[in-house]
Structure formats: C-alpha cells, structure tokens
Design a protein around this ligand. Structure first.
Ligand code: HEM
Length: 182
C-alpha cells in the first residue's frame, strides 16, 4: 500500500505508544525502512507485517489495532491535506458512504498505482443502511468498522455497526449493518 498508509500507522503508533515502541515494532516486523515516502507504493506485506508485529508486541488483537487505525485514518487524511476530498464526498454519513468509490477515483488521480476498495450501499433508510465492501486484500474488514465509526464522529453521530457477511466465512464480500442511534 502507499506510503501514506504506513505513515499514518507509524504516526498512530508513535503517538499512542511512543517512539521506542515503534522502532521495536519495525524491528520485530523485519521492516528496515527509515522513512515511508507518502507517494511510493510499498508491498502490502509490509503493512500486514507491521500490524502483526504490533499485535504481538502490544498483546492486542490485530483486529482491534486495525479498527483503531481505521478511525485514525479519517482524522489523519483530514490533517494531511485530504480534508477537502472528504468534504466533497458528502455532507452526511449516508452520502459519504455512497460516494466512497468516487472519492478513491479522485485519490487514484494522484496515486496512479492505487488498488482501491469498492463500496455499495443497500437497504438505505433515514437511520440505517447496509454497506457492502469489496477488496482485493484480505483481513481489512475490522479497519472498515473503524473507518465507519470515524466518519460517524465526523458527522457527530453515534453508530451501531454489526458485521453481516464475512469473507473469512466464505461469503463473496464483507457487509456491515450501520444504524444511526438517536
Ligand atoms: C480523503 C480521504 C481518503 C484518502 C486520501 C484515501 C486514500 C487511500 C489510499 C491511498 C489507500 C491505499 C490503497 C493502495 O495503496 O493501493 C486506501 C485504502 C483504503 N481505503 Fe481509503 N482513502 C480515504 C478515505 C477512505 C474512507 C472514508 C474509507 C471508508 C470506508 C476508506 C476505505 C479504504 C479501505 C478499506 C482501504 C484498504 C484497501 C482495501 O480494502 O483493499 N478510505 N485509501
């Protein structure tokens, strides 16, 4: 994945657990990269190894770290100059979720080797919808839960998110029921 993603992970880990822990995570992951370049594409393996090493070192499930990372991403992209892209994607949670593919098409104009995920909404009502998530990558559904929660906070909403279909259980994609609580 692009360096932007690894940089965000690095920033989150440094802020929550300190610089020394981040160095240990990299060492344990066998990742010998001093600085991640935002616009360079790195093998996905590097990101997975970093999450795996952090999970072992911090004694936290990888799913929990990915979820925290998803939420962090919604703040990080805003602070790294992509806030306007998020703003343009929508002025409500529903609108933003419906426009995630367009958002990543725009990102792809800057990051030519982007392998973006794809999303589709169904069963949309005023306070509930189902989000369908398609990816060429495995194991990132927990990150999507964090991303949705981060977007909810962006719009000042409390959400109840439930995982429905799961690729790890043989479904052809992942899906999530999202309820906006009153
Ligand atoms: C302006 C905000 C955003 C930017 C700049 C952005 C950019 C990116 C980039 C650079 C990647 C790495 C893909 C690659 O290197 O091939 C990525 C992946 C991803 N993005 Fe976004 N993104 C944004 C917002 C969002 C939001 C709001 C969601 C909400 C669901 C989202 C969902 C994902 C997921 C799940 C992935 C992991 C890749 C996969 O599933 O295959 N992104 N995005």
């Amino acid at each position: 994945m692009y360096g932007l993603v690894n940089r965000a992970l690095e920033e989150m880990m440094r802020k929550t657990h300190g610089d020394a822990t981040w160095e240990k995570i990299k060492e344990r992951a066998g990742v010998d990269i001093e600085v991640f370049v935002r616009m360079d594409a790195y093998p996905d393996d590097i990101t997975y190894k970093l999450v795996g090493a952090a999970s072992e070192l911090l004694n936290q499930p990888a799913e929990a770290l990915l979820k925290a990372f998803g939420e962090y991403w919604t703040l990080y992209t805003g602070s790294e100059g992509y806030g306007a892209l998020l703003d343009a994607a929508g002025s409500s949670l529903q609108e933003t979720l419906a426009n995630l593919d367009d958002l990543h098409v725009r990102v792809g104009l800057m990051y030519a080797e982007l392998k973006p995920p794809s999303f589709r909404c169904s069963e949309v009502t005023a306070d509930r919808l189902v989000l369908h998530y398609y990816s060429t990558r495995d194991g990132l559904a927990p990150m999507v839960v964090g991303l949705i929660e981060g977007l909810g906070k962006r719009f000042g909403q409390t959400l109840e998110i439930e995982r429905l279909a799961r690729r790890e259980s043989g479904d052809d994609h992942d899906s999530f029921s999202i309820r906006i609580l009153p």
